[in-house]
Design a protein around this ligand. Sequence first.
Ligand SMILES: [Fe+2]
Length: 511
Amino acid sequence: MHTKLCLLLSCLFLFSTCAVQQPPKVTTPFPDDGTSVFHDQNKKPFYHGVASGDPLSNSVIIWTRVTPESVGQVRVKWTISTDKNMSRDKKSGTITTDAAKDYTVKVDVRNLQPNTTFYYQFEALDGKSIIGRTKTAGENDPSAVKLAVVSCSNYEAGYYNAFARIAERDDLNAVVHLGDYIYEYQPDGYSDPTLDRKHLPAKEITTLSDYRTRYSQYRLDKDFQKVHQMHPFITIWDDHEVANNVYKEGAQNHQPEDGDFMTRKEAAKQAYFEWLPVRDNATKDIYRTVTFGNTVDLIMLDERLVGRTYPVDSVGQAEFNAEDRTMLGAKQLDWFKNELSSSTATWKVIGNQVIFSPCDISGLGFGSPVNLDAWDGYPYERGQISQFLEKNNIQNVIITAGDTHSSWAFEVPSDDKKSTIAVEFGTPSITSSNSDERTPVDQVMQAEKVLAAKNPHLKYSDLRNHGYLILNLTQEEAVAEWYYVDKLNAPSDKEMLGKKYVVQKGMNKLN
Ligand SMILES: [Fe+2]
């Protein structure tokens, strides 16, 4: 039981994968990849809906994908407006897309008013897209900021009821996705096998064509499409956007028969930048800061592909504490420190993939006393960050984490454990399995009690529920609320508030 719990807690599952390397497929706009059954003809040729992301005070990324019926360049017109009829404060332009971009379309719309709701739409091939809604960030503005924080949206694990609930909200500035947006596994590789939600292509994804098809399938889901339509997203990848437990030079779920790792990693990054509404940059880096007025600096990190060095197998391994074992790497760490110390926003919210706080899991009866895939596995660099926060008296830091499919609230201890330097909130999965699918609930609750007893700085854990985290940040306080859906194995509109904490400004304390 506890082994299973561990597996679910930390994504450390080690099942064999049987990926077969397929020859590169010629990219055509036709959905010959199995996804055509999900194409709603009423949306032609914009079957994948719309999305927006990375809002600044004067610009935002708008996104769509056009699916033409013959190969070649497609000219797409975009329009943005402050009203749903697309007439007020209207701006428009055209952009060309083709197979080289997998027919995705991304526009960085500039010269917009700050803290304003916009509506946008695309036109091409005699069709119009659905109308999306988005919002720019504030500028020198003390307004409250409300973020939905999500992670781990495995298509095969269940229905996206949590995305549907978030889509219904009209009080959000943005949705922050902390990664595991897609999963790389073959059908039934990591799933609820009772559901008719099988991965496409029907293999472990390893090539550019594979990754594109997988994104296409996820974005044809009506609830995933709806949440993108209604809110701007700010996203980072975790491991499954490439392969389980990925690091700079390899991954647990990458074997020699999967081909060259660096080629796979570049393919995964290319598909991510094509299919996600992230702002393009030459090096395809995702670490960046999104500023919401003077209330929030949202600092997004990459803890997988630019700086994460080799993993260790145990805390007893000689290299465990080595200074050259990093999660961010020197360049990103310098940037991160600078973002922290130069921030003038009241709250510094860190978009972080894996749990930062130390967490003793030895009481759960499995091998390692800590999760080696989380910051507990990279203690030297974590110490550098903790000491930097403490020495520079950087206040009002809120770390958010995904990855574990579970909910957490920590008062983050300093490196010497003598004080508290931040708070940390872990968001549960949208769908990816945790303990409730496989372990009797009384045993899961017992595990939560063991965690609490071993970790006095851990104020809340829930290893049973799925849903999302809402962060409401004002000049005075930060409020965190965990919302849970009632089921994953069928569509449902029920949700409940599972837990709430308030953090007063200047206090690293959970009330
Ligand atoms: Fe995950």
